[in-house]
Design a binder for this molecule. Structure first.
Ligand SMILES: [Zn+2]
Ligand SMILES: [Zn+2]
Length: 433
């Protein structure tokens, strides 16, 4: 049942319906057995009033991850064109030792990540498969959103080199910081500088099975991929004897087929079919053919890869997963692969242990706030030049400014902030206005 639900990626509403039906039928745990309950109660069937069984749903923050367990959450599974129901590529992997890793950070994915209410302190490790914006567009959101929401540390970004230095991750991150220079300089002054820094680790995209990260029992390796140009890579993550593969974007390639053999969870792209790209994505037939099959993997090829690699569970992503498309994708994959399969959509969750792999949908809040971590941001650094000039500062309108004094007095008192009160100096500077 779960398999089927996942394969068709139904919405939270439909989930609730299935969930209610499962509950009603008494198939979901030991709490409900309407027939024998009715007999015991002398023929009266009572509706359940206790906790609902949770086997179809993952509620973030409600479940302890086992020491030898991995949880994978799809925070983006779609395409470069933005859509509210599906962000671009992003997978969050949580390991039982308490570590968290973001594999790609596609446009729109930060809203899904934020709904998991993980302290930004722990969302500081990003592994990029390649530098297409649908795989790194929400670096902006994590970088600035985390900075204003209490992340005390710098961001750490791993990614491949390119055929030339300016096609590599290091160049991209250096120039990312140039692109956001105004944002960076103003926040460095007003908040604190460290969370605005990016520590980049660039590694050779040509090496297969090379270790790019090894800490606290987690090993991450990279493999070359074939997609659009030199640079793209795939990753594997090993923890507690479990192995997760993430293809990034690629056509079928020999490295994935060789190294992902027997993986516990094999996440590989399966692109929209050529026909779907023409029908729904406004692509001319010639481009549709190339997009589906010259620099991406078709559903049929995805199936062939999986029936060769034989993972414990296969996950297909990188297509808009909806009523009009998923059956075609499913049929394509099933023409070449009959093993365990998820057609990924945003907020799909897999828990992986030696014993079993479960697939569920995460149900999380839309209006999530950040959650405090254990470490606090450093105070603003002294001696940094104020990004505002005297000309602009002299434009403050004092009566409007003073209107907030009673509210600020209360705030200062409540948090014992008297020593930090900048108002006397400010009013002095504005004297005469
Ligand atoms: Zn790409
Ligand atoms: Zn892509």
């Amino acid at each position: 049942m779960r398999q089927k639900i996942g394969a068709f990626g139904i919405t939270a509403f439909a989930l609730a319906l299935v969930f209610a039906v499962g509950w009603e039928l008494g198939r979901t745990g030991n709490a409900v057995d309407p027939i024998s309950d009715a007999k015991a109660a002398g023929g009266v069937v009572k509706s359940p009033t206790g906790p609902a069984p949770d086997r179809y749903v993952y509620y973030p923050g409600s479940e302890q991850l086992g020491t030898n367990e991995i949880r994978v959450i799809a925070c983006g599974t779609g395409l470069p064109a933005a859509r509210r129901s599906q962000a671009a590529t992003c997978f969050l992997i949580e390991t039982g030792n308490g570590d968290k890793f973001l594999f790609d950070l596609g446009t729109g994915s930060m809203a899904n990540i934020a709904s998991l209410m993980i302290p930004y302190q722990h969302l500081d490790k990003v592994f990029l498969s390649h530098l297409h914006t649908d795989h790194m567009g929400d670096l902006l959101g994590l970088w600035a959103g985390g900075w204003t929401s209490g992340r005390p540390n710098a961001l750490r970004v791993w990614g491949p080199s390119g055929a030339t230095p300016e096609m590599g991750t290091k160049y991209a991150m250096e120039h990312f910081l140039k692109f956001v220079n105004w944002d960076k300089v103003t926040r460095e002054y007003k908040i604190t500088p460290i969370p605005g820094q990016i520590e980049t680790t660039e590694f050779d995209y040509r090496k297969a099975n090379q270790v790019v990260y090894r800490e606290n029992g987690v090993t991450i390796r990279s493999y070359p991929a074939i997609h659009a140009g030199d640079g793209p890579i795939s990753y594997s993550l090993e923890y507690a004897g479990l192995k997760i593969f993430f293809s990034g974007d690629t056509v079928p390639n020999k490295w994935f087929v060789k190294y992902a053999k027997g993986a516990d969870l094999a996440i590989h792209e399966a692109f929209q079919s050529a026909q779907q790209l023409v029908d729904f994505y406004n692509q001319p037939p010639q481009l549709a053919w190339r997009a589906c099959c010259e620099f991406h993997t078709s559903p049929e090829s995805f199936g062939k890869i999986m029936s060769t690699v034989k993972p414990r569970h296969a996950v297909a992503f990188h297509f808009f997963n909806e009523e009009g498309t998923r059956f075609g994708i499913y049929q394509g994959i099933r023409s070449t692969y009959s093993g365990p399969l998820s057609l990924a959509t945003d907020m799909m969750v897999w828990n992986v242990t030696k014993e079993k792999i479960t697939e569920r949908m995460a149900v999380s809040v839309d209006a999530a706030w950040s959650v405090p971590g254990t470490a606090r941001q450093a105070r603003p650094e002294k001696g940094r030049p104020n990004p505002s000039t005297k000309y602009i500062e002299s434009g403050r309108w004092v009566p409007g400014f003073k209107a907030q004094d009673p509210m600020l007095d209360k705030h200062m008192k409540k948090y014992k902030l008297e020593k930090l009160d900048w108002r006397p100096a400010m009013y002095k500077a504005l004297k005469g206005k």
